[in-house]
Design a protein around this ligand. Structure first.
Ligand SMILES: [Zn+2]
Length: 465
């Protein structure tokens, strides 16, 4: 059974489903005002891995991730660009989905937009005022953080210590520094919707309460996001639901930060600055591999060096996929993706995979398992034992696919020139005669022609370099 660290309790606990066989999860999505950054990429990948693993384990997953399309940052950018907030939000939302597609993140089951839920948010704010959990000031409506007995739960701090640590703005009229805006009255020229307190827009913390409860219902299974969202954003969501008497998320999951490892991220220095840049400069799967090699609660270092290293590791995995493909498809040439038709994946490898994932998503152990299994399968294939190598190869395909790492088995065979095929045939003959000097010499000649030489169970295989 899957165990995950729960931010609310500070312990690793079983993920208990509201309905057996189903998982309802809500992950806070982006505010669309600029290019997706590396931190966005990480949370999207971490929760994509969780979602795919749940699906692989047989759960039906309802995955909701919102688009914040009304926000101060969007309004500021629209003003700077002499355009409307709508235009800014629409453009950057398209960029967001493009980036998600490139890194192989599955689209959410539902992707609610804040602007489609304004009336529901107004109703929630009115309800909070009626219940005495919110109050009206000159510039809008505020939530009273003392209305919730355990406010501060997700910060793992008491209300008193949060208040003591908060910065107080002198012209802040809020009753407490931990109180937060539910409704902001509009200044001239800002986007605005009608409300009983005047035209304005919702505060950021309200949309996710309304959208998660609407699409997933009370007491949904899991709420997630980056660690920076635990407090105040998630705590403020939780406080609103509690104050309305609505059971909220049963489990809270947060992923760690991205570190850029001392390297300056700058276009002028020729390295990447955001997720789109990273995908332009490296195999887009490299980021998923980096994320998988780190535990989701630990920092992940993203730099030119770590991305290059991950790209090399992917090349090794792809080479393995190409080598295994003929063994897994009874010799058929057109194996692509993670196909493993006809061969039963090694059960011990799959058991180890599930055990590691169930232990709070120990993906670093999973990647160790993958590379160890690759080495074992290669050794067996080298020794001519294809029958023993194939189940291991199939297990590698299954595990990689379960965490969303798609291997490239090289579906379309490029046309190999006849003279190179002849050199490859001579090389196989030399190897069969244990004349390795001649075999190496032939390999060098093939490589000099721009082709990559690989040893497969069927002998020398060539692909364009
Ligand atoms: Zn949220």
């Amino acid at each position: 059974m899957l165990h995950l660290f729960d931010t609310a309790t500070g312990t690793v606990t079983p993920l208990r489903r509201r309905t057996p066989g189903e998982v309802s999860m809500y992950v806070c999505g982006p505010t669309v005002y600029g290019p997706p950054h590396l931190g966005h990429g990480r949370f999207a990948l971490v929760f994509d891995v969780l979602r795919r693993y749940l699906m692989w384990s047989g759960d039906e997953v309802v995955y909701v991730s919102n688009i914040t399309d009304v926000d101060d940052k969007i309004i500021d950018r629209a003003a700077a660009e002499h355009t409307t907030a709508d235009v800014v939000a629409h453009h950057w939302e398209q960029m967001w989905w493009q980036a998600m597609d490139r890194i192989g993140v599955l689209r959410p089951t539902h992707d609610p937009h804040a602007t489609a839920y304004i009336a529901d948010m107004v109703a929630l704010v009115a309800d909070l005022i009626d219940r005495g959990a919110a109050y009206v000031l000159d510039d809008g409506v505020y939530f009273d953080s003392s209305a919730v007995a355990d406010y501060g739960l997700l910060a793992r701090q008491s209300l008193d210590s949060l208040r003591a640590g908060a910065r107080v703005d002198v012209d802040d009229a809020k009753r407490s520094p931990t109180d937060f805006a539910l409704w902001k009255l509009a200044k001239p020229g800002e986007p605005a919707w009608p409300s009983p307190w005047g035209a304005g827009r919702p505060g950021w913390h309200t949309e996710c309460v309304v959208m998660s409860l609407d699409l997933l219902g009370d007491g949904f299974d899991l709420h997630g996001g980056g660690a920076d969202l635990a407090f105040p954003h998630h705590e403020n969501e939780r406080a609103q639901a509690m104050a309305c008497g609505r059971p909220f998320a049963r489990h809270w999951m947060h992923n760690g930060f991205v570190e850029v490892g001392g390297e300056k991220m700058s276009k002028s220095l020729g390295n990447f600055t955001d997720l789109t840049d990273l995908c332009d400069r490296h195999d887009p799967r490299a980021y998923r591999l980096l994320v998988l090699r780190s535990h989701y609660r630990s920092p992940v270092e993203v730099s030119e060096a770590s991305a290059t290293d991950a790209t090399r590791a992917l090349e090794r995995l792809d080479a393995f996929a190409r080598r295994m493909a003929p063994l897994l498809s009874n010799g058929s040439a057109n194996v692509s993706g993670n196909s493993h038709a006809g061969v039963t994946p090694d059960p011990a490898v799959l058991d180890s995979f599930a055990r590691a994932m169930d232990d709070d998503l120990d993906t670093p152990a999973v990647m160790d398992l993958v590379f160890t299994t690759v080495r074992s399968a290669n050794a067996l294939a080298d020794a001519g034992n294809a029958d023993a190598a194939a189940p291991l190869g199939a297990a590698v395909f299954v595990v990689c696919e379960a965490v969303g790492l798609m291997l490239d088995a090289g579906a379309a065979d490029a046309e190999v020139p006849a003279e190179l095929l002849e050199l490859a045939r001579q090389r196989d003959a030399a190897r069969a005669n244990r004349d390795f000097a001649a075999a190496d010499h032939l390999r060098d000649r093939i490589q000099a022609a721009g082709w990559v030489v690989e040893d497969t169970a069927d002998g020398t295989a060539l692909r364009p370099g």
